[in-house]
Design a binder for this molecule. Structure first.
Ligand code: 6LW
Length: 505
């Protein structure tokens, strides 16, 4: 009986995947932009079931992000490789310092401090030839021979291939396969025109001849539910099968379609025909790789009983030690306000990516004298908040320059349970949100509806389109988290579930 797997294999804002294999173990990393810690790293035994084992950039010294770092700046596309018994990762901090390399003996870390390297552009790659030379390709596309240990360019850089003429030839990866050097790139922009193209040469310096079947992958111009397919990396299994990981989106709603989970990580099989790789359509359900190693998913509820925060918890730009504690009130996550708000940099916010189109988040909050709650955010100018302060709970919508309290209710003193749910069926027409009056009716639906609850009581439902990339712009996706903007508040637990038959609205 053939087995099937579901795409995306890593849902939610996990773009620009890069993958390597060591024996029977696969390791995968993604971009993290303005969030700390940065570069989530995942482990799998079958390419389908991925478990986050850490964050490559988990010390502030590795990830300088000034407070004025705009959303969607910070860390861009990493490449991970295993060479000479060590893990090597090269990436770009577009806000501070440019390109750098970190290394580790073990993928879960600790990873070294950055070794900065003066390479142009973004999307750096690492590949070694049989003589031990290290080649770093980058956006454009160019290549240089480098000393990755010292962070020095030894020869070059030289231009090697500008793609087939589409926008932004980028995301290069060089592979030594047989007698050839294969160069895989993304082109056409990371939006709906995204493609993957291939070329090959006898040397990493070229001259490169393009594949006769470029682009080898694109969903542009189709009505497929998976869109923006591109920015890929290749990996082989121990059996010699080839697979590709890539980013893609799942837009929903009336034209132009809205994607709210950012760019996610998908998996697709690769076939070789006449010396060139080919991939088919990236389906939501597809025939699985031969190995199959499911693991127990992490518990839905984080009780905050562990001495350290789980790897999935991220904060915009930084997470000063003084802003949070698991020890102050054992079994609770205590957050201390910094004086900043959700509308600005520097706010105390600890969140996780929304990974499913339909999900339910519940938290138990003891607000004390604080102003605190749960926020669904794309960035500082696009977030919906469920906030408790002064004996009241409020639902607040911040959309661009507008900020509105859309619901308000008294709450008794003490701890409260707050819930946020998203649904993609039975959507609100835009007029029902009060956001504008154009009566386009249900055809003009957004991607989803976000509902806010106090215990079992529904307080408000809002159109999810305003927390989409098409509205907010940028490279990230929704993050749902706990925050405090005045005083100190404690969270007993935080629960995240994909909504299905067993999880009601
Ligand atoms: C990344 C570039 C891109 O560096 O978007 O999808 C940039 N393509 O390759 C940020 O993810």
């Amino acid at each position: 009986m053939p087995r099937f797997y579901d795409n995306p294999v890593i849902g939610g804002f996990h773009p620009d995947p890069s993958v390597c294999r060591v024996g029977e173990d696969y390791y995968l990393v993604c971009s993290s932009f303005e969030y700390f810690p940065g570069v989530p790293i995942f482990h799998s035994r079958d390419l389908v079931h991925w478990r986050q084992i850490g964050n490559v950039l988990d010390r502030p010294e590795q990830l300088p992000l000034p407070p004025d770092t705009p959303a969607s700046r910070g860390i861009y596309a990493p490449t991970i490789r295993h060479h000479d018994g060590r893990f090597w990762l090269i990436t770009t901090n577009v806000s501070t310092g440019g390109n750098f390399i970190v290394t580790a003996e073990r993928p879960e870390g600790p990873w070294s401090d950055p070794v900065w390297i003066d390479l142009p552009g973004i999307d750096p790659d690492l590949a070694w030839d049989d003589e031990g030379n290290c080649w770093a390709a980058f956006q454009g596309v160019g290549v240089a021979r480098i000393d990755p240990e010292a962070g020095k360019v030894l020869d070059g850089p030289w231009p090697i291939w500008s793609g087939t003429g589409l926008q932004w030839p980028e995301a290069p990866h060089l592979y030594r396969i047989g007698d050839w050097w294969y160069l895989m790139i993304a082109e056409g922009g990371t939006e709906r025109g995204h493609t993957v193209a291939m070329a090959r040469a006898r040397s990493p310096r070229g001259p490169f001849e393009p594949s006769p079947v470029n682009p080898i992958l694109t969903h542009r111009g189709t009505d497929h539910p998976v869109q923006s397919t591109g920015h890929a990396d290749l990996v082989t299994t121990p059996d010699g099968d080839w697979w590709m990981v890539l980013l893609a989106t799942r837009p929903r709603g009336f034209t132009p379609g809205f994607h709210v989970l950012g760019r996610e990580t998908f998996l697709v099989p690769v076939e070789w025909v006449d010396g060139w790789p080919r991939v088919g359509t990236v389906e939501l359900r597809a025939r699985a790789p031969r190995a199959w190693h499911p693991w127990e998913p992490p518990p839905a509820r984080d009780d905050f009983d562990a001495p350290v925060l789980g790897h999935e918890w991220i904060s915009p730009r930084s997470r000063p030690d003084t802003s949070w504690s698991l020890a102050e009130r054992p079994g609770w996550l205590t957050l201390h306000a910094t004086g900043s708000t959700l509308d600005a940099s520097g706010c105390t916010f600890v969140g996780r990516r929304q990974q499913h189109p339909e999900c339910r988040v519940e938290v138990r909050l003891d607000p004390g004298w604080a102003r605190a709650g749960v926020s669904v955010r794309l960035d500082e100018a696009h977030h919906y908040d469920l906030e408790v302060c002064d004996g009241r709970v409020e639902v607040i919508a911040r959309i661009g320059p507008l900020r509105n309290v859309v619901a308000r209710r008294a709450v008794p003193p003490g701890a409260v349970v707050l819930a946020v749910t998203t649904r993609t069926d039975d959507l609100l027409p835009p007029s029902a949100t009060g956001a504008h009056d154009i009566a386009l009716g249900t055809a003009a639906t957004g991607p989803d509806t976000i509902a806010f609850h106090l215990g079992a009581d529904l307080l408000a439902e809002l159109d999810g389109r305003y927390l989409s990339t098409e509205v907010a712009v940028g490279f990230t996706g929704r993050v749902i988290g706990m925050y405090a903007t005045e005083g100190s508040a404690s969270f007993d637990w935080f629960e995240y579930r994909e909504r299905g038959a067993d999880v009601p609205a």
